[in-house]
Design a protein around this ligand. Structure first.
Ligand SMILES: Nc1nc2c(ncn2[C@@H]2O[C@H](COP(=O)(O)OP(=O)(O)OP(=O)(O)O)[C@@H](O)[C@H]2O)c(=O)[nH]1
Ligand SMILES: [Mg+2]
Length: 660
């Protein structure tokens, strides 16, 4: 079929590389920061280059890899002239052809025998794979401005070299990551770094966002003046409450990619109060929509704040700040003309780290090119890309399988797993966490592979190394490509071995849609059983989850008693720090423009025991005392003994951590 696909080499995906994209720029090209200054730059309105159209090749050409394939199997996108390659050009040579070629050159030696015995990889020389950066600056998903030119996969970033003889490896230059393979199946691990995938793939299931609740509006000082109403009294209204930050699960989202473009979410501030006792309007709430299964943590912390699974669930994350009181609220028997009003309470702010673990019922795992996407495409309406090269699937695909009206299941097709994936090879491990929420797995094995048993074992081992919990999930094995004679030949021995292990095994031809229904029905049966078991557990636990627990905890912290404070003395500078979240909030809400505020402040310090405690601890005339954001000085004279304000020391807004 004459069709084209984006040009990339699976080998370059076989290493986790996070080198600085600017560090290895081709010497004959001038660096350009602004892509629009590049004469070759064509703006892409559609944001990302679309992935290749689904292609179904004659299955006979497909080859499954459980290790990194040797270079000759693929045309090199860097050295080739075209930026796109025909799939037919990149068809890997048949295993036997390779051996025959060697034989015809009179090289029938140990290598060839090794290959005939199935030790395919051992017959190759060492090679290394590394990444050379082009001008692309797309690697950083935090960089907002260049989003529109970020390509889905930029083939300029890839380079491959295997020019080195055994044992001769160059030092790694410019921070590039090298993975050396010594022909014995041993990989040198020390250079392996964590982030090895293009930005779009990292941002698929990870994001960092900023959220801020709205500040409360200020209260005002006003007095009623009206004809025939003498001494109308205070009439300053209260400020409005700041907007809240909510997190809502949006069933139509299945990735965190939208957060590449919008990172900051701020709720509106409440309006200020007005005369005639008019209270300010409430600030606008902000609702941050997330894909089902997003795990939310505070940046830099391990503790999970929220984990919402079901579409439509909504949790209050940050409550808006309280509106400040106007002078009408301060009227009392003692003070009928209060000249005081409060500031609105500042809304809390926070950086959040989001991690998506897809909510799928069944996960399809297996080696690259085994036929996982083909299976998903025949059992559901999903149209994943199918092609005859490893790592066709770069991001997980979801599909819904409907049996009848009320029995459906969500199936996730994941990128292929290579041997050594736990050490960072391939893409599989990047996305295996998406199977954590699956109740069952379908393990697709390429039946036409030279040794399907080895392929099966390699993938099982990788699953175990990634997470024993995933490996313990119930699974079935789907032995694929039964339309090919090799698969039919391998099937009896494979079936016998797996049956002896007690594994449920099905044979099928995904391409011809034969046997797929039986396999998927068996997967559904596993799902049903595990759901029943889970429902039982839920019944036993019987507890309802409070989705607003984060906001509740914050609210409790903020409204702590003003008398709960701690005094810290710094003897080197003779300064005192009075720390307490109740006091801090009180200071932040004090509006120092009004003369009565200072008096009220002094009164509160006296009443809550700050002055007394300071005196007890030995504060002296002229010592500096910090309370929250206020800097104060201590006076110790016969007429007045206490603190007087020197001004604010910072105007930073409040972080959640400050309250803890
Ligand atoms: N003959 C035959 N070929 C098949 C069958 N199923 C899949 N193929 C072919 O195998 C190749 C790989 O299929 P994919 O579905 O892309 O494999 P995959 O496991 O999703 O591969 P990755 O996404 O790279 O991990 C394609 O050329 C398919 O046409 C089958 O039942 N019979
Ligand atoms: Mg696939």
């Amino acid at each position: 079929m004459a069709s084209t696909a984006l040009c990339f080499c699976p080998k370059s995906l076989g290493r986790p590389n996070t080198q600085n994209p600017r560090s290895r720029r081709p010497f004959n090209k001038k660096p350009f920061r602004n892509p629009k200054s590049n004469p070759n730059f064509k703006p892409q309105i559609g944001k990302y280059r679309s992935p290749p159209e689904p292609v179904v090749l004659p299955g006979g050409e497909a080859t499954t890899y459980t290790r990194l394939p040797p270079k000759d199997d693929y045309s090199d996108p860097v050295f080739g002239s075209a930026s796109e390659v025909k799939l037919s050009d990149s068809t890997p040579p048949r295993f036997e052809d390779e051996i025959d070629e060697l034989v015809s050159e009179g090289e029938e030696d140990e290598q060839v025998n090794g290959a005939r015995n199935g030790n395919f990889v051992g017959s190759y020389e060492k090679f290394e794979v590394f990444e050379v950066a082009g001008e692309s600056e797309f690697d950083d998903c935090d960089d907002e401005e260049d989003d529109e030119i970020r390509g889905f996969m930029d083939d300029k970033n890839l380079n491959i070299s295997n020019d080195y003889e055994d044992g001769e490896f160059p030092e790694s230059h410019n921070g590039e990551v090298m993975i050396s393979f010594d022909g014995e199946g041993n990989f040198e691990e020390e250079d392996v770094k964590e982030k090895g995938v293009p930005a779009v793939m990292r941002c698929f299931d990870r994001a960092k966002i900023y959220v801020k609740a709205g500040d409360g509006g200020n209260g005002v000082v006003a007095f009623r003046r009206e004809k025939y109403v003498p001494l109308g009294g205070p009439s300053g209204g209260d400020g409005g409450r700041g907007g809240n930050v909510y997190i809502e699960v949006d069933g139509s989202m299945n990735s965190l990619l939208p957060f590449r473009n919008s990172v900051h979410f701020r709720a509106g501030r409440g309006s200020h109060g007005q005369g005639r006792m008019q209270a300010g309007a409430k600030g606008e709430d902000v609702v941050v929509k997330m894909a089902p299964g997003t795990v939310i943590r505070e940046a830099g912390k391990d503790e999970v704040l929220l984990e919402l699974l079901h579409p439509g669930q909504r949790a209050l994350l940050l409550p808006g700040g309280r509106g400040g009181r106007g002078n009408a609220s301060f009227k009392s028997g003692n003070n009928k003309v209060p000249r005081i009003a409060e500031n609105g309470e500042e809304g809390l702010e926070m950086w959040l780290e989001l991690e998506l673990k897809l909510v799928a019922d069944v996960g399809i795992v297996g080696a690259p090119n085994a036929g996982k996407s083909t299976l998903l495409s025949v059992i559901s309406a999903a149209k994943p890309t199918v092609a005859n090269y490893p790592f066709t699937t770069l991001l997980p695909n979801l599909g819904v399988v409907s049996f009848d009206y009320d029995s459906t299941m969500v199936v996730a097709d994941l990128p292929g797993l290579l041997e050594g994936a736990h050490r960072g090879f391939g893409l599989g491990h990047e996305f295996l966490r998406h199977t954590e929420r699956c109740s069952a797995l379908v393990h697709v094995v390429d039946g036409s592979a030279p040794q399907p048993e080895l392929e099966f074992d390699a993938v099982r081992l990788e699953l175990e190394l990634f997470s024993p919990e995933i490996a313990e999930k119930p699974y079935i094995v789907a032995f694929n490509k039964m339309d090919l004679p090799e698969a039919r030949e391998n099937w009896p021995s494979f079936k016998e071995r797996l049956q002896s292990l007690g594994v449920i095994t099905f044979c099928m031809s995904a391409a011809k849609s034969e046997g797929t229904h039986e396999a998927i029905c068996a997967a559904y049966e596993l799902l049903r059983e595990s759901k029943e078991a889970m429902e039982e557990e839920d019944k036993d636990e019987g507890n309802q989850v409070n989705l607003n627990h984060v906001a509740d905890a914050m609210q409790r912290q903020r409204s702590a008693d003003i008398r709960d404070f701690e005094i810290i003395h710094d003897s080197s500078s003779n300064t005192w720090h009075v720390v307490g979240s109740g006091l801090q909030r009180f200071i932040q809400m004090t509006n120092w423009r009004y003369i009565d505020s200072e008096r009220r402040f002094q009164h509160v310090l006296e009443a809550c025991g700050v002055n007394k405690s300071l005196l007890k601890l030995g504060v002296k005339e002229g010592h500096t005392v910090f309370i929250g954001e206020m800097e104060m000085v201590w006076h110790d004279s016969s007429e007045y003994s206490g603190l007087s304000s020197m001004g604010r020391r910072s105007t930073n807004s409040i972080k959640w951590a400050d309250w803890k």
